[in-house]
Design a protein around this ligand. Structure first.
Ligand code: FAD
Length: 501
């Protein structure tokens, strides 16, 4: 088992995880078998990974979110399916129980969850409720003696492995809320629960993904997690942990893809020299390196946020890290040439694995609009980074970051002035503002990390990425294509339904 909670333990922990991964995890075999061998899960249990963030009182290690993120990133270097299985357990699977559970619920579930004898899952998505979580049709109705649950959940990560499921369901009337949602704890053996067959997926094939059918399931009131009718609020808190852990997995994948590529371009010779000596290759490598650095800086910083700020900043981390992981792995394949397309290299599987990170735990386009809305509601002003740095390359990078933040602020103010309260009904602009904020968050976190380390390579990476960000944010602030042009184009090209204003 891992020793007491302490962030200084992260290094030995990572060494343990890395050794374990090297000795026990065969990613290609997991991909081919579409399953993680039981001995790998048991080994993770013995290492104490399933209890990493669970309270010590119940057999966990009580570690913080940054420590858990480090472990998930390390596992993702070896295999994304294993990393997602653990990340889901520590994030969406158990965060709600740890934060909102009663003493009796903790005593009943946490010890076996901490040992890994019971794996956790989390189910909100339904056939008719994906991005729109207000549309949940699975209902728990109070018949005076119990809650009677009927409905269907789909795409449940860890669905086929789990012993405990946290379900978001509609609970009309419960807790005095006519249209409220609540979280329920469902045990695998509960009568009325059917775990459906495993889905066949593009990537993350070793990770279990199933549906759940709930038919006339009778649950005691003690299975409500947190406040009855308060499920929607709790969901935000739980998802912010889940997204941060998922972002950490993206960092691990991008880093290992980059390392493989550095080795490849140094080794592979074309035109009489190593690929690494070609100017265009060098520029591509620099951009991929800067991305990998920025995503790590952002995820690390966001993982240290308080619960309240994590709600918004985890959106930026999730979108930036998932897009960057895709970009880095895709770039890695490109620089490997034909070899990158061959499964033996491991990059093809990695590309398949990371694709879903732009969709699950909230589709990126949905989250960008939430991020834009959060920015419009933001109460406090950002402290300029350059104010404490008077000279040198760092001060120049910080000034560039401040200039980028000023661009974002000016976009925010212009939207307030133009649309006033109606701005929240401008999805295209919310989306654009969200993307601009994502860039600001990534650059700010990168500059702060470079300030802390003082490393010249990190300063150079930030400078390169800030230049890219400023160009993109400037474009975002320009008028989006007129709605009529979009509609005209669609009318000619696609049989899409008309949208009423
Ligand atoms: C492998 C896998 C594992 C998963 N694990 C879990 C899990 O453990 N628990 C769980 O509850 N769910 C899980 N999911 C579900 C996942 O979270 C959803 O698929 C995701 O939230 C998107 O919902 P949807 O698939 O219904 O897409 P839809 O809501 O139908 O959206 C489709 C696309 O439309 C666009 N779109 C939709 N709404 C908007 C908008 N407002 N603005 C702009 N664009 C928009 C986006 O491009 C989006 O990707 C998993 C899914 C997969 C594939």
């Amino acid at each position: 088992m891992l020793p007491r909670a302490d962030e200084e333990l992260v290094r030995p922990l990572l060494a343990q995880v890395s050794r374990f991964a090297l000795e026990s995890i065969d990613a290609r075999a997991i991909d081919r078998a579409s399953a993680i061998p039981q001995r790998v899960l048991a080994g993770m249990g013995e290492l104490g990974l399933f209890g990493l963030t669970l309270p010590e009182e119940f057999g966990g290690s009580g570690c913080s979110l940054p420590v858990a993120c480090s472990a998930v990133a390390e596992l993702a270097r070896a295999d994304r399916s294993v990393a997602v299985t653990l990340g889901l357990h520590l994030g969406l699977g158990t965060r709600g129980l740890v934060a909102l559970g009663t003493r009796a619920q903790h005593e009943r579930y946490l010890p076996t969850l901490a040992s890994g004898n019971c794996i956790a899952a989390f189910a909100t998505t339904e056939p008719g409720a994906g991005s729109d979580l207000s549309a949940l049709q699975t209902r728990a109705l109070d018949d005076g003696t119990a809650l009677v649950v009927n409905g269907q959940k789909i795409y449940v990560t860890n669905g086929g492995l789990a012993g405990l499921y946290t379900l978001a369901v509609s609970t009309p009337g419960l807790g005095g809320s006519a249209r409220g949602q609540s979280l329920l704890l469902i045990e695998r053996g509960d009568a009325g629960l059917r775990v459906e067959a495993e889905e066949h997926k593009l990537g993350l094939r070793g990770s279990s993904t199933t549906g759940l059918s709930l038919e006339e399931m009778r649950l005691p009131y003690s299975r409500v997690l947190g406040e009855a009718g308060g499920g929607a609020r709790a969901l935000g808190m739980i998802l912010s942990w889940g997204r941060t852990l998922m972002s950490a997995g993206c960092c691990g994948a991008a880093r290992v893809a980059l390392e493989k590529t550095v080795a490849h371009v140094a080794e592979r010779r074309q035109f009489g020299k190593p690929l690494a000596a070609l100017e265009v290759v060098r520029e591509q490598m620099a951009r991929l390196t800067a991305r990998a650095f920025a995503m790590e800086a952002l995820v690390d910083e966001v993982s240290r946020e308080s619960a309240e700020t994590l709600l918004v900043r985890s959106l930026a981390a999730k979108v930036f890290s998932s897009e960057s992981a895709w970009m880095v792995v895709d770039g890695a394949i490109q620089l490997h040439g034909g070899l990158g397309f061959i499964e033996d290299t491991g990059l093809a599987m990695m590309l398949r694995d990371v694709r879903i990170t732009r969709i699950f735990e909230g589709a990126n386009d949905v989250l960008l609009s939430h991020l834009g809305a959060g920015e419009l509601l933001r109460a406090t002003a950002r402290t300029p980074l350059a104010s404490s740095l008077v000279e040198g390359a760092l001060a120049s990078a910080a000034k560039d970051a401040d200039a980028l933040a000023a661009q974002v602020d000016s976009l925010r103010q212009s939207l307030h002035a133009r649309f006033r309260v109606g701005v929240f009904r401008q999805p295209r602009w919310l989306h654009r503002l969200g993307r601009a904020c994502m860039w600001r968050e990534a650059i700010d976190a990168s500059v702060r990390r470079a300030i802390r380390s003082g490393r010249t390579d990190e300063i150079a990476q930030v400078a390169l990425l800030t230049q890219e960000a400023r160009v993109e944010v400037a474009a975002l602030a320009s008028e989006p294509s007129a709605r009529e042009l979009v509609e005209q184009c669609l009318a000619q090209a696609l049989p899409l339904p008309e949208v009423r204003a």
